[in-house]
Design a protein around this ligand. Sequence first.
Ligand SMILES: Cc1cc2nc3c(=O)[nH]c(=O)nc-3n(C[C@H](O)[C@H](O)[C@H](O)COP(=O)(O)O)c2cc1C
Length: 148
Amino acid sequence: MKTLIVYFSVSGKTKKAAERLAEITGGELYGICTKVVYPDSFVKKVVIARREFTDRKYPKLVGDAEDFSSYDRILIGFPVWCGTCPMAVSAFMKKHDFTGKTVYPFCTSRGTGIAKAVADIKADCEGEVREGLRMNKADEEEIILWLS
Ligand SMILES: Cc1cc2nc3c(=O)[nH]c(=O)nc-3n(C[C@H](O)[C@H](O)[C@H](O)COP(=O)(O)O)c2cc1C
């Protein structure tokens, strides 16, 4: 089974979680990059994110995951933004055909769970979307159970 770990991360926490998953699964890593970089200020990011959600505005992405169609299992990671997954992740999903792929959503957050994000991903994605995992405190045993 070929695994791709796609992640979006602004301050590095989700990137770290993705790197852990790459070690555990042996999968390839791909970081989603937006053309316009989000500002450092938390308040400004919240304002932009809220506007993106309200307007269903997909940020432009830079670069792409190589050979996406060859992967069977996609682990897709993001920071929870305003209760769900950032529009940058929705933009990546919109751009790719997930048909026939198994999708495992994971997140990091300050406290919000992943359930709403998973429901939103399911509504947007043609792949088979499995249960999500909030990675903040997940240990290796929990990760292996989640993937099985
Ligand atoms: C725009 C924005 C909105 C956020 N909304 C939430 C939220 O609704 N719930 C939550 O628990 N954390 C929220 N956070 C915190 C991030 O999910 C958390 O800090 C995450 O671990 C950051 O991941 P990163 O370092 O990969 O960017 C928000 C952060 C930002 C910047």
